[in-house]
Design a protein around this ligand. Structure first.
Ligand SMILES: [Zn+2]
Length: 488
């Protein structure tokens, strides 16, 4: 398939067809009328492009990109079509059958300076849905009570639409850029598979090489009706899987033996499941808790400040770990048994039983050391642990001293009524790790102010975004990018 021609065609007639099959823009415009406040932002009106971006977000939700299989190509063509209408020539990069990424660039000068360039990153694919557990059609882009519902509304089509809005606003306003701004929509992020950013970097790095990036990974956390803090992701944990394999003698279930692998596996998994790895405070996590302590209630704040002390440290670490699964996972390597496999028939003792452990390592920690520890713990010659292929790679953290980090923290503090920006080490993985491994100072910030309830719906049921939070996020992202990339 000739992508150039394809994109040009989309720019013309096909866009009309797509607009007809995704009529969400008109629906959003009308539904956003009565009942939905135009803006409850404390700092003035959102840019009008945010209104338009609501329509793009609705359209993107209606294009099902559940991964597997992803099928991001249609959404990639849709994005290229939107850009073409504003005279931007986007590259739709084909990475596997039906799977594509999108790259586009606004130039500051004739000669590109990759080390200065700013990359706006979001992924096109989403996790799948358990449709029966949703109260609305997950691909219907339904608007209810001021929320836009749909798979990807937050993760990550919300940010994808916001990046598109910022990019087009720079183009339309003929902003005088002091660095190139590059739009990148990735595919296959949710499974980090063969069509993911790894492949994109290997094949097309020169198209989006940059010194700085903004991506998902951090959030604007709303608590008790206001923004408590803004977590700017500068580092992330490393995901990998370890198989637990118990072997024994297969035989007739009427004559049980001591070496039944099901029993040995169950015992090993129980021990591992109850294990808690030692706390290891990385520089970013240390700064995170220092910044968070004054914002929490006195009791929690006190223990956050005590985690590093010799006398009360251990108790403090336990209190903070027990208070929140997120905090627990920021403090240590974690191990979650996720899959058990054993048995062929009710009356057969199998020769083998297996479990999968999903491990999230702190950056800098070694999987070999952890596996060693687990071997000592299970202490069973019938049980073996095997690190699985495709383990994540630890990336260096992004600098907390870069100009871009400074701009992000300055703008968000202004925009969210003085709420502080804290460096954040996400327990989940993002495309930023691969970028950081290529010397990009990448920061994670989904710019929409969201409550814990809204955040929990990501990857869950009834994912939704408050439309006012979306507008606000577009505004904040635009201000960050303008502050960093537009000459004054
Ligand atoms: Zn995501």
């Amino acid at each position: 398939m000739n992508w150039k021609r394809m994109v040009e065609r989309i720019a013309g007639a096909t866009v009309l067809m797509m607009a007809a099959s995704f009529p969400a823009r008109a629906q959003v415009a009308s539904a956003a009328g009565p009942g939905i406040p135009a803006n409850n932002s404390p700092v003035g009106d959102p840019p009008s492009i945010a209104r338009e971006a609501r329509g793009w977000l609705a359209d993107l939700i209606k294009i099902n990109t559940s991964n597997p299989p992803g099928n991001e190509q249609i959404a990639a063509m849709y994005i290229a079509g939107i850009m073409a209408k504003d005279g931007i020539k986007a590259d739709v990069l084909d990475l596997a059958p039906g799977r594509s990424a999108v790259v586009a660039r606004l130039r500051s000068t004739a000669m590109a300076e990759p080390s200065k360039a700013l990359l706006l990153v979001a992924h096109i694919d989403t996790v799948p849905v358990e449709k029966a557990r949703w109260t609305v059609d997950p691909f219907g882009a339904v608007i209810k009570d001021g929320y836009l519902y749909g798979r990807g509304a937050i993760d990550d089509k919300g940010m994808l639409a916001a990046n598109l809005a910022v990019f087009l606003e720079l183009k339309r306003s003929r902003a005088r850029l002091n660095r190139d701004v590059i739009f990148l929509a990735t595919d296959d992020e949710e499974t980090s598979g063969d069509a993911s950013i790894r492949m994109l970097i290997a094949k097309h790095w020169e198209k989006f090489a940059a010194g700085f990036a903004i991506n998902e990974g951090g959030n604007v956390f709303v608590k008790n009706g206001k923004v408590q803090y803004v977590g700017v992701q500068a580092s992330e944990k490393v995901a990998m899987n370890v198989a637990v394999i118990a072997r024994g003698t297969s035989g007739h279930a009427s004559q049980p033996t001591k070496d039944n692998p099901v029993v040995h596996l169950a015992a090993a998994v129980a021990k591992i499941g109850n294990y808690s790895a030692p706390v290891h405070l990385t520089a970013i996590v240390r700064r995170y808790f220092e910044g968070l302590a004054p914002l929490e209630d006195d009791e929690i704040g006190k223990w956050m400040r005590s985690m590093d002390t010799s006398d009360r440290g251990e108790h403090a670490q336990r209190v903070i770990s027990d208070a929140s699964p997120l905090w627990n996972s920021m403090l240590r390597d974690t191990i979650a048994p996720t899959i058990l496999t054993a048995g062929v028939a009710n009356n057969v003792i199998p020769a083998e039983a297996r479990a999968n452990l999903n491990v999230r390592l702190l950056p800098g920690d070694s999987i070999d050391a952890l596996v060693n520890e687990l071997n000592k713990l299970t202490n069973d010659p019938q049980v073996k642990l095997e690190v699985q292929p495709n383990a994540g790679l630890a990336a260096p953290p992004s600098s907390l001293e870069s100009d871009f980090y400074g701009v992000i923290t300055k703008v968000v503090t202004q925009e969210f009524a003085g709420a502080p920006a804290l460096p954040f080490q996400s327990t989940w993985l993002t495309d930023s790790a691969q970028l950081r491994l290529h010397n990009v100072q990448a920061y994670g910030l989904v710019p929409f102010p969201l409550t814990q309830d809204d955040l929990k719906r990501m990857h869950g049921n009834d994912e939704r975004i408050p439309l006012t939070a979306f507008d606000k996020g577009v505004d904040v992202l635009l201000k960050i990018v303008k502050e960093f990339a537009v000459a004054r």
